[in-house]
Design a binder for this molecule. Structure first.
Ligand code: HEC
Ligand SMILES: [Cu+2]
Length: 507
């Protein structure tokens, strides 16, 4: 008979040597096979063409090739659209305009898609759009015919995601492994095999504590160093206030690391040293005021110093921006950033939600001459060495402006405009040379999980010299088009009268 005690010990054991070594051996092999299966990932096919990049960066937010999403599936769109490719050129560059021009097809899709506004891409050339359509065509065909072009006869299928056959198989294998392991243990038990005979579990646990400490420390160091080239912190900051943030980051990191290492060593060493011992009696040591005072006051002082420096840095970053700062407006919506620049006059037109319509995405008051030269580019241009105020708004849900290289992060809150001022330190080209990667682009991303296409909510940031920036501002076409009848805008007043600032709300 196996005693009660032994049974508990046995059921705690998973794979330590048994008299009949089969079960342990079997377990380990199964474990190895299972981990191998987990490691084999699926490979992704690479499309090098520009069209792929353009599609993924700009359209994939709302469109899938083979399936409807926020917008219609784009495979063979050209065939179903009566206007063909020429229509698509116009549509992509300014879909609101196509809709308001009275185009029947445009109106129908717009209505069908619940009047969801597609972002206009005014800077896209015909060649850009050709490249996107080619990419869609090739990829769509692959999805139907297989990559070799041999028809598989399969229709476009839904991506099973996590419930793929392969994942079910892995799950099944895991179940089988666990079952077999359990069987092996039961057999050993029935045969009266004494697992862990003569092992002092208490001592073993104590040693494992030290083992865990060493293993954990090595793993922590290894992971920090092996991924260190992914840390943005190693490249330094691309903005001026970011230098201060980095400095504080490193000071905090150093303090935290020292405390982390010391406390962990003590924690595990004490667990080892003061393990249960028949011959030792615990000392009764109820309190020590001096010790308690030290471990309360020292961290309190350190934390206060860190927090005070943090508050000082933050008030500096949030201080009133200089009067000659440039301005950009970032309008967040699911799932895009709409950028607005004040135009050559440097003044924004007011925004009024009653003015929003298919032609006026942001509801800019075009009755004001300040609003008439405002423009909406596709890339966020910033001048090097000059303060720029980001004026941040959201149209639907919470989003968050995240420009990691510039150490910028600020929520975009519906109904509550926020602000962030930064001064870029390097042009994009200088940064590319600095990090030795000529493909590099700065990026604006959304840092708030705002919905299903949150992942693709990003914009390219281009930092250029101030002269180039001013040239670029001059070269941008204004969003206001005098030939369009905007909702709530007085056509006549809009033709350049400075004082016609009233919006006709009854319109
Ligand atoms: C913010 C979401 C969004 C983005 C980004 C977007 N689209 Fe759209 N697109 C739509 C919606 C919604 C429609 C349906 C019409 C409407 O409501 O405006 C549409 C319609 C279309 C149509 C007409 C399709 C048809 O079947 O008639 C084409 C073509 C198209 N988009 C191409 C593009 C391309 C190319 C890009 C990238 C450069 C792009 N879209 C980016 C939302 C988007
Ligand atoms: Cu978002």
């Amino acid at each position: 008979m196996v005693s009660e005690n032994k049974m508990i010990v046995q059921s705690m054991d998973l794979g330590i040597k048994t008299k009949h070594e089969t079960s342990g051996w079997m377990l380990r092999t199964m474990g190895a096979i299972f981990s191998l299966l987990l490691l084999i990932g699926t490979s992704s096919s690479a499309f090098a063409a520009d069209g792929a990049k353009l599609f993924k960066e700009n359209c994939a937010t709302c469109h899938k090739i083979d399936k409807d999403m926020t917008g219609p599936k784009l495979y063979e769109a050209e065939k179903r659209i009566p206007g063909g490719r020429d229509w698509i050129y116009e549509w992509v560059r300014n879909s609101p305009k196509v809709i308001s021009s009275g185009d029947e097809y445009a109106k129908t899709v717009y209505e069908t898609w619940n009047k969801t506004q597609m972002t206009p891409f005014p800077s896209f050339t015909n060649e850009d759009i050709d490249a996107i359509l080619d990419y869609i065509d090739v990829t769509g065909k692959d999805l139907i015919n297989g990559p070799t072009g041999v028809p598989t006869g399969k229709p476009l299928e839904e991506d099973p995601g996590v419930f793929s056959l392969w994942n079910w198989l892995r799950f099944l294998i895991l179940l089988v492994v666990l079952l077999l392991g359990n069987i092996a243990l039961q057999i050993a038990r029935l045969r009266g095999v004494e697992l862990l005979k003569g092992v002092d579990l208490n001592k073993m646990n104590a040693r494992l504590m030290i083992g865990f400490l060493v293993f954990g420390m090595i793993a922590a160091l290894w992971s920090s160093f092996s991924f260190s080239d992914m840390y943005l912190y190693s490249e330094g900051s691309a903005s001026e206030h970011g230098m201060e943030i980095d400095r504080m980051f490193w000071i905090t990191m150093t303090v935290v690391m020292i405390v982390f290492v010391l406390t962990n060593i003590l924690l595990f060493y004490f667990a080892y040293k003061y393990r249960h011992d028949e011959n030792r009696k615990a000392r009764y040591y109820p309190e020590n005021h001096k010790l308690e005072l030290i471990w309360t006051v020292v961290p309190a002082i350190v934390l206060t110093v860190l927090v005070v420096f943090g508050i000082k840095a933050w008030t500096g970053i949030m201080a009133e921006p200089p009067a000659d700062a440039y301005e950009v407006e970032l309008n967040a919506q699911q799932f895009a950033w709409n950028l607005r620049y004040p135009g050559v006059d440097g003044e924004f037109g007011d925004i009024n939600l009653h003015l929003i319509d298919g032609n006026n995405l942001l509801g800019v008051n075009f009755n004001q001459k300040e609003g008439q030269d405002d423009f909406m580019p596709n890339e966020l241009y910033l001048p090097k060495g000059k303060p720029v105020i980001l004026r941040i708004r959201s149209r639907d849900v919470l989003h968050s402006v995240h420009m990691p290289h510039f150490r910028v992060k600020m929520d975009a809150v519906p109904g509550m405009p926020t602000r962030f001022t930064l001064t870029p330190k390097y042009t994009t080209q200088e940064w590319r040379d600095k990090i030795g990667n000529q493909e590099f682009e700065f990026e604006l991303a959304c840092a708030e999980v705002c919905g299903r296409s949150h992942f693709s909510m990003k914009k390219i940031i281009k930092v250029v010299e101030e002269e180039e920036y001013l040239e670029w501002v001059k070269s941008q076409p204004p969003m206001f088009d005098p030939s369009i009848a905007y909702k709530g805008i007085d056509q006549n007043a809009a033709s350049h009268t400075a004082d016609a600032t009233q919006v006709n709300e009854s319109n």
